[in-house]
Write a protein of this length. Structure first.
Length: 281
């Protein structure tokens, strides 16, 4: 098994502007020793560590941490896509300690005021640099940003994209639209994958598995079995569920949608992430 999406952080080292409201409960250090017991119990052999703030120094720290941590197989970091020297920033990260673990780039697009931020010319130059470096670009968007995201993915067919957290559908309200119609824009785009992650935090602690089944079913319909992957979104997920419960919930939801044979589940829970991020596992 591979966990394609988790985080580490230390509020003593930097500020995390998004840790407000309920997320303020996460304002303490989370590191490899905190996650390791959950990975062992769940049978997860490798992970992808994902950026949390727009700070290239965090990415440097994550790469050094990956080099010193046996289970971190890849890092999705941050660079300023709008900077003129974005290509050099990526190259410098790769030259540094743990640079070989850099597998992708991400920006908190859903926090931008402009819903079409992804379509900006300077952002496009940054995405071209990510493609040239043969890295993945993780799309952190909500339904508001999906039209721009779909347009951008069509414009960069040689860049591998991975949509985080199903593009954050309205699970709390139980509605499918407009998310379901919008996300179908990725159908047929073989260079775009999607993480089955972040679902529990959209609804809080009161939920049952059937709440997630329509969203999982829609993603499988749009992306197919080889373009989806498991991600825990730990420790953010702990606001709503334990690591083990996140894993079990996805297994149960997939059983309700499928059922899927072991080979397909093996892809969703591991092989697909290894393929998309080109992990050395």
């Amino acid at each position: 098994m591979i966990d394609s999406h988790h985080h580490f952080w230390d509020p003593d080292r930097r500020d995390y502007p998004w840790m407000t409201g309920e997320a303020a409960a996460l304002r303490r250090p989370f590191g490899p020793d905190d996650l390791r017991p959950f990975l062992v119990r769940a049978g997860v052999a490798a992970t992808v560590l994902v950026q949390t703030v727009a700070d290239i120094e965090e990415t440097r720290e994550f790469l050094r941490l990956a080099a010193a941590t046996d289970f971190v197989a890849g890092v999705v970091g941050w660079v300023d896509l709008t900077a003129a020297d974005v290509s050099e920033s990526i190259a410098a990260l790769r030259r540094g300690i743990g640079g070989e673990f850099l597998v992708g780039i991400r920006h908190q697009v859903h926090d931008e005021v402009d819903p079409v931020w992804l379509r900006r010319e300077d952002v496009g130059r940054g995405l071209a640099a990510v493609a040239e470096a043969e890295l993945v670009y993780d799309l952190l968007v909500r339904p508001r940003e999906l039209p721009a995201a779909i347009e951008v993915t069509r414009h960069y067919p040689h860049l591998r994209f991975v949509v985080d957290h199903l593009a954050k559908p309205p699970i709390a309200s139980g509605g499918l639209e407009p998310w379901a119609t919008l996300i179908r824009g990725f159908a047929g785009q073989e260079h775009v994958a999607c993480k089955l992650s972040g679902m529990v935090t959209e609804v809080g602690r009161e939920w049952t598995v059937d709440r997630f089944v329509p969203y999982v079913a829609t993603v499988l319909e749009v992306f197919g079995e080889e373009r989806v992957m498991f991600g825990s979104d730990w420790p953010v997920c702990t606001l709503a569920a334990s690591y083990e419960r996140v894993v079990d919930t996805l297994r149960e939801a997939l059983a309700a949608v499928g059922p899927y044979p072991p080979a397909t589940l093996g892809g969703i829970f591991g092989a697909n992430a290894a393929h998309w991020y080109r992990l050395p596992v």
